[in-house]
Design a protein around this ligand. Structure first.
Ligand code: HEC
Length: 354
């Protein structure tokens, strides 16, 4: 009789403590696993390449896809094979030397739409659209955007009149008509933005073999790893940083530099340390004063880049504001609901002795 109450809490605690270990392991795996795996992949190609087997000559080289890597260097066995692999080896070394030049981490900027309470800045979206329209749209398409989207709530919110006038200034292909032919007509607000090039081949032919990617989701399609310990926060809902893409786009726009003397760039390529591989086939698109703003914002590369990046973010995620609003509402509801449930539980069990 006297033992029972004493034993119960003890057993209860020991079970709980034992359960903590797998729980901690699982939590670590969930948090660290994906980021660790991401960090590992690029490292394995560059790090091993720099020091082939100096660290541990006794160990056989790892059985990865590095076939051309000669274990022969410090093993006496295969001098004959060395000649045959010499040429591809030199090429590979050069390639590795190039890939060892990692791109720089984008700088971090302040965005009105960052964080749980983030909202787009309408004036900024309008300016960004102007930059897109007057500069970027001569090369980059934005196929998923319809003219009417520009007047929807949560975006640049142009008036319907403005959108009709804007659409009418573009020509789109339509058809076939009664005689079976395709024809050009002025665009309507329901039309999608017409692309600058008919197809990828036409774009490459006009741009020294380079293909400007479609901008519909580009701001969300580019990202980078922020490294330890920030990736831990990125794995947590509510704390994650979601502005990697826009940071990258601004850094890229501002990052053009003169080509360093030890780098050979093919014609049509430019040096930009933020682009993976540090070379980009896009000539620097922005310069101070190239777009005229009528709301008094500074007409600088910095401002243009931030505005167009914000616009690209809106195109990629037009419902960001409602997503955040609904998220906050759900959290508030859950908090109230937890309180209610707790109160109900106390009420129901209040006359049961325990
Ligand atoms: C003269 C044509 C041209 C103009 C104008 C232009 N771009 Fe590009 N852009 C390109 C090409 C070509 C590429 C592909 C480069 C590559 O793959 O090396 C590209 C690539 C990009 C990329 C992708 C880089 C990556 O990570 O793959 C971004 C972002 C970008 N452009 C933004 C812009 C913005 C913003 C503007 C307007 C301010 C703009 N571009 C104007 C031709 C252009």
């Amino acid at each position: 009789m006297s033992e029972a109450p004493a034993r119960f809490p003890m057993r209860f605690y020991s079970v709980k403590r034992r359960a903590l270990v797998p729980m901690a392991v699982a939590a670590t795996m969930v948090l660290v696993g994906p980021a660790w795996a991401q960090e590992q992949t690029p490292q394995s190609t560059t790090d091993q390449a720099a020091e082939p087997s100096a660290s541990d000559p006794v160990k056989p080289p790892p059985a990865t896809d590095q076939v051309a890597e000669p274990p022969a260097k410090d093993q006496v066995k295969a001098p004959a094979a060395a000649d045959q692999v010499a040429a591809p080896l030199a090429k590979e070394k050069e390639a590795r030397h190039e890939s060892a030049r990692h791109e720089e981490k984008p700088k971090r900027f302040d965005w009105s739409f960052a964080g749980a309470f983030g909202r787009y800045d309408k004036a900024q979206l309008r300016r960004g659209f102007k930059v897109y329209k007057e500069v970027c749209s001569s090369c980059h398409s934005i196929k998923m955007l319809a003219f009417r989207n520009l007047s929807q709530p949560g975006g640049p919110e142009f008036s319907e009149k403005e959108i009709e006038a804007l659409a009418a200034s573009y020509k789109v292909k339509d058809g076939p008509n009664e005689s079976g032919e395709y024809y050009d007509r002025p665009a309507r607000p329901s039309d999608l933005f017409p692309p600058p090039f008919a197809n990828e081949q036409a774009a490459r032919a006009a741009l020294a073999g380079n293909y400007p990617p479609d901008m519909s989701v580009l701001a969300k399609a580019r990202g980078y790893s922020r490294g330890f310990p920030l990736f831990l926060f990125d794995a947590l809902p509510g704390f994650s940083y979601q502005e990697h893409g826009v940071d990258y786009i601004v850094s890229l726009m501002e990052g053009y530099e003169d080509t360093p003397p030890d780098v050979n760039l093919p014609a049509g390529q430019f040096y930009d340390p933020y682009m993976p591989g540090r070379r980009i086939g896009m000539p620097p698109p922005l310069s101070d004063g190239v777009v005229t703003y009528d709301d008094g914002a500074p007409q600088t590369i910095d401002q243009y880049a931030k505005d167009v990046a914000a616009f690209m973010m809106w195109v990629a995620e037009p419902h960001l504001e409602s997503r955040k609003r609904v998220g906050l509402g759900v959290l508030a509801f859950l908090l109230v609901f937890v309180g209610l449930l707790y109160y109900v539980k106390r009420k129901i069990w209040s006359d049961v002795p325990h």
